[in-house]
Design a protein around this ligand. Structure first.
Ligand code: ZN
Ligand code: ZN
Length: 376
């Protein structure tokens, strides 16, 4: 297939200015960028085509060659004729795409590096997770050196502009008809060399230091939730943006409550007499005690729901419920007199047969039936 004309691809005239070429490319690249059109080969082809056209027309020498010789003038040679594709891209997109596509590209005049993302495990009590809290974190991180303000040079001295690349961070190496752009080997792309390295950071511009951060934990967070603090990760290098800090949340086990999403559950011990006669029990919630009404003849294991006494989730609307499971408590440490009373009571209801103990009755029925089936 014949290659399309570069001016046609960018939709500009042959007399288009450098700025027009840049503008046209920026528009096309935004539209067809692979990050915005995942799995779309047509967009990818458009993107590559536009990039190639821009690389040719944005360079004065290459554009002149293209104008005279057509595609033949800008092809051939290792690496397709001109290296530094990434630079051509970042020269105009460093600022535009930095945030959209994750940053970390080579931008501007020399290479910049985005700082690393950090992760922090934050353990909360259930109360903190439910009500939200403001928490101070002490995080070990690479921060900008205050002594040299990140420049890496001892105060009073200055980084010296790299002589090999004149501070640009890359050099051009002649290769036949054209020249190829390379990261400057003298300064590693930084554009400057340091004569007297900073005492504090040994010229790195960053130091390992604990930094204190305040995190607002929203109400209703749960195990596995993650809070992102943009730009609070490690400092970037050479003016690059900082990474992000991810705070991963775990919630400690609670002595009374178990949480399941928006709902809470707990066990409520109830005396034998209250369970039999009915009554009220004070039940703790995360917002103070509430009164649970225990109806007469409540069996151990019965579940009662207190609506709206659960948790307000950080994601869903509404509030969950509190489920109370009644545990009838067997009395302990009885006096001789109390035991006697209990025996008398037991004898009284035994004499009246099974009408007081429906569960025992069905259980004994089950046992009897089982032995009959076994032929005993
Ligand atoms: Zn320093
Ligand atoms: Zn250099």
């Amino acid at each position: 297939m014949a290659k399309r004309d570069y001016y046609e691809i960018l939709g500009v005239g042959r007399d288009a200015s450098e700025a027009d070429v840049k503008k046209a490319y920026r528009r096309l690249a935004m539209k067809h960028h692979p990050d915005r059109n995942p799995g779309n080969p047509e967009s990818e082809a458009h993107f590559k085509e536009a990039k190639e056209a821009y690389e040719a027309l944005s360079d004065k020498d290459k554009r002149a060659a293209y104008d005279r010789f057509g595609h033949a003038g800008v092809q051939g040679g290792p690496g397709g004729g001109f290296g530094g594709g990434a630079d051509a891209f970042s020269d105009i997109f460093g600022d535009v795409f930095g945030d959209i596509f994750g940053g970390g590209r080579r931008g501007g005049r020399s290479q910049v590096f985005r700082g690393a993302d950090l992760r922090y495990d934050l353990e909360l009590t259930l109360e903190q997770a439910v009500a939200g809290d403001s928490i101070t974190l002490d995080i070990p991180a690479q921060v900008e050196c205050t002594r040299c303000t990140g420049k890496g040079a001892e105060p009073g001295s200055q980084p010296i502009t790299c002589k090999s690349c004149n501070g640009v961070g890359h050099v051009r190496v002649a290769q036949g008809f054209f020249s190829i752009q390379q990261t400057c080997p003298s300064c590693g792309g930084a554009g400057a060399t340091i004569d007297k390295p900073c005492r504090e950071c040994a010229g790195r511009g960053r130091v390992r230091k604990n930094k204190t951060l305040s995190v607002k934990v929203p109400a209703g967070v749960d195990n596995g939730d993650r809070i992102r603090l943009a730009r609070e990760g490690e400092a970037g290098r050479n003016g690059g943006p900082s990474g992000d800090l991810y705070v991963d949340i775990t919630v400690q086990a609670h002595p009374i409550f178990t949480r399941d999403g928006q709902n809470l559950s707990c066990e409520v011990p109830v005396s034998f007499a209250t369970a039999a006669l009915g009554g009220t029990v004070d039940v703790p919630t995360l917002e103070g005690n509430v009164v649970l009404k225990v109806p007469p003849e409540t069996q151990s294991g019965s579940l009662f729901r207190l609506r709206g006494k659960g948790v307000r989730s950080v994601r869903e609307s509404g509030v969950g419920d509190l489920f109370c499971r009644v545990q009838v408590e067997t009395p302990v440490n009885l006096t001789a007199e109390q035991k006697e009373t209990l025996r008398a009571f037991d004898a009284a209801i035994q004499n009246e047969g099974e009408r007081h103990s429906p569960r025992a009755r069905s259980w004994f029925d089950g046992v009897k039936e089982f032995f009959e089936r076994m032929g005993a």
